[in-house]
Ligand binder design. Structure first.
Ligand code: AHG
Ligand code: MN
Ligand code: MN
Length: 333
């Protein structure tokens, strides 16, 4: 096995996501295989959504659905289609207790703890969907929590600190379809090989570069950012940084994961708490980033330590290479 300059090892064998998760599972005697079924369901949904995204313009499923979601944001037709695909793939898996989605006001109880519901699955079914009509990368973000059968109320069940996540990851529908996942033991990356219809392992134990002179933020809002963020941007302008902002969190975070740098969504007038949602955007991405050696903050607290109060709670996001995040934080103090 050779180690490339990026610090992760390309797999020499042909390993599918399915077989990788099953192999990982054998390392944990208590594992029952139920968890693997959930990853398998998300993988199935990802393939189906990838197909929809690739044919969106041909199948005329682009554009707005004409409704707003609970976030008060215009839903894209593919937001709703992707949401339904994930529900249909996950609902049939015996170990799923609760499903929570960006697109639904309340979580959906599939089965109670005493009926075998061991896990809660939260997701942003289609992240960056406003980019769909212009062919830019979009994604699905997911977070898996343990179900606490003693908690009866669904929203309270899923309001767990990000540090308690059992697994997290995303699927990027970009120039290729990527599946990036962590179960708390490092970050692994898979690429969908359409010829075999499987996600194949291409990188095991991804490590984010410690530094990177790239910042990713919607600079149009910078006049509204708290002062410290503006001071960091002034520093970056004077010190040879480049700016990359796609407007899809999954694509911006994936680039940051591979190339290093820092991704920020600070508080703005319109979103004084930040725009991104804690439970199914910030937390899963924070777990991925920290498992790859980076760090993630929301204001002056580590994102994964925040005790959520509401399902659709928003937080500021500052994540990326450890050195770069600390540099931004030095301006925020
Ligand atoms: P979603 O499409 O799921 O609502 O998420 C969009 C988010 C995120 O993907 C991205 O980082 C951010 O919105 C971009 O927001 P701005 O357009 O305000 O920069
Ligand atoms: Mn999103
Ligand atoms: Mn979304």
């Amino acid at each position: 096995m050779t180690t490339t300059t990026r610090g992760y090892e390309p797999s020499d064998n042909l390993v599918s996501l399915q077989s990788h998760i099953l192999a990982e599972e054998t390392k944990y005697p208590s594992a029952t295989g139920e968890f693997s079924w959930i990853i398998s369901a998300i993988s199935l949904a990802g393939k189906a959504i990838a197909n929809k995204v690739r044919h969106a313009r041909l199948q005329d499923v682009l554009g707005e659905a004409g409704a707003e979601n609970v976030q008060g944001e215009k839903q894209q037709r593919l937001d709703i289609i992707s949401n339904s695909i994930l529900m249909r793939c996950l609902g049939s898996r015996a170990s799923v207790a609760v499903i929570a989605s960006e697109e639904d006001e309340q979580p959906t109880i599939i089965r109670r703890g005493h009926e075998g519901g061991k896990y809660c699955v939260l997701f942003d079914p289609l992240d960056g969907s406003s980019n769909l009509d212009v062919g830019v990368g979009v994604g699905t973000i997911f977070s898996i929590l343990r179900n606490d059968p003693s908690i009866h109320e669904a929203e309270q069940t899923v309001c767990q600190r990000g540090a308690t996540q059992v697994a997290a990851g995303y699927i990027l529908y970009g120039s290729s379809t990527l599946f990036v996942v962590t179960t708390g033991h490092g970050v692994d990356m898979f690429v969908l090989d359409h010829s075999v219809g499987s996600f194949l392992l291409v990188a095991r134990g991804l490590k984010m570069p410690r530094a990177g002179k790239t910042y990713s933020v919607n600079e149009a809002y910078s006049a509204q950012f708290p002062d410290g963020y503006r001071k960091f941007l002034a520093y970056a302008h004077d010190n040879g940084y480049s700016s990359r902002y796609i407007g899809s969190m999954v694509a911006d975070v994936h680039r940051t994961l591979l190339n290093g740098g820092v991704f920020l969504y600070p508080p703005t007038k319109k979103n004084p708490e930040g725009k991104l949602r804690l439970l199914y955007e910030a937390n899963p991405m924070a777990m991925i980033v920290e498992q790859a050696g980076g760090i993630a903050y929301s204001g002056d607290v580590r994102t994964l330590e925040i005790q959520p109060a509401k399902l659709h709670q928003r937080v500021p996001v500052l994540l990326g290479s450890a050195d770069e995040v600390e540099r931004v934080r030095s301006f925020l103090k």
